[in-house]
Design a protein around this ligand. Structure first.
Ligand SMILES: [Zn+2]
Ligand SMILES: [Zn+2]
Length: 283
């Protein structure tokens, strides 16, 4: 069967697969071992809950109808997970963060203890997160927003990957072409230029789904002018910088590679690019 570059099926790699690939990549590049260490620990914590989680099925006709109207498949309020399991993983992510980022230990301890109250508080935090409103909770509680997002992202990721895998067959990639994820509505935090023509696919920062999007357009503000990129020395990566909204996007050029790469692992291996972009004033 021949496949069109835009219709390459989306396979969502699970935490075990990501951990194995990250270890393999780091074995050949020891300078990355410090960067990778917390994520290896996070993947192994995620793997245990991920295998045990089956997302409740959503009515197929309703999902298709939502997608046809440009609304993501998973409505925030439809997200379900066992509150106790969420709490357990939240705790583990905070523990890992405290161990690997000792400068931020106190901030992560505050997040771990948030909001010590209702059992379903993390479930409602998940709904805020999926609506893109998690900063409101962090602000109310006086928590560091980016660290709160980090813990939420890593706690919810295994659940959302399972939702993405379950809902992927319902998404018509050729009909989407929007700047947000068709599964969960998340923003991209990585992208690829596919063989053979360099069609761009975005990677969802929340659920790891991949979808096609115009290459010459900033997915954060729609800017089509002044959308420039800086290539890495080896030509494999590019950093796209938007002059209008001052946001950036990391991209891997698959045309430069023989072997396959897993984008959620590439997102970690390229963390030094995030640092470089922030130093240039991009967010
Ligand atoms: Zn998503
Ligand atoms: Zn922009």
């Amino acid at each position: 069967m021949t496949s069109h570059p835009g219709t390459r099926p989306v396979l969502i790699a699970d935490a075990n697969t990501l951990a194995a690939e990250l270890s393999r990549q780091v074995a050949g590049r020891p300078e990355l071992s410090k960067i990778a260490a917390p994520y290896l620990a996070i993947f192994s914590a995620q793997a245990l809950v991920e295998v045990a989680f089956s997302p409740p099925s959503l009515p197929e006709a309703e999902v298709r109808e939502r997608l046809a109207r440009g609304i993501p498949a998973l409505a925030p309020e439809d997200f379900r997970a066992e509150p106790g399991v969420l709490r357990g993983l939240w705790d583990e992510i905070c523990t890992i963060a405290v161990q690997h980022f000792p400068d931020l230990a106190q901030a992560f301890e505050s997040i771990r203890h948030w909001p010590d109250g209702r059992e379903d508080s993390l479930l409602s935090a998940a709904i805020y997160y999926l609506r893109g409103e998690a900063d409101i909770l962090a602000e109310e509680a006086g928590l560091e927003k980016s660290l709160f997002q980090f813990v939420l992202n890593n706690t919810l990721h295994p659940f959302l990957r399972r939702y993405a895998a379950a809902l992927a067959p319902l998404v018509n990639l050729e009909a989407w072409y929007r700047p947000y994820c068709p599964i969960c509505g998340g923003e991209p935090d990585f992208a690829t230029l596919d063989k053979p023509y360099g069609a761009r696919r975005l990677l969802c920062s929340r659920c790891d789904f991949e979808w096609p999007f115009r290459r010459t357009c900033c997915p954060f503000c729609g800017n089509e002018n002044q959308y420039l990129y800086v290539p890495s020395e080896d030509g494999i990566y590019r950093l796209y910088l938007c002059d209008r909204c001052h946001r950036y996007l990391k991209v891997i050029d698959r045309r430069e590679l023989v072997e396959e790469r897993l984008l959620p692992v590439e997102r970690i291996l390229t963390l030094p690019m995030d640092q470089a972009a922030r130093e240039e004033g991009f967010g």
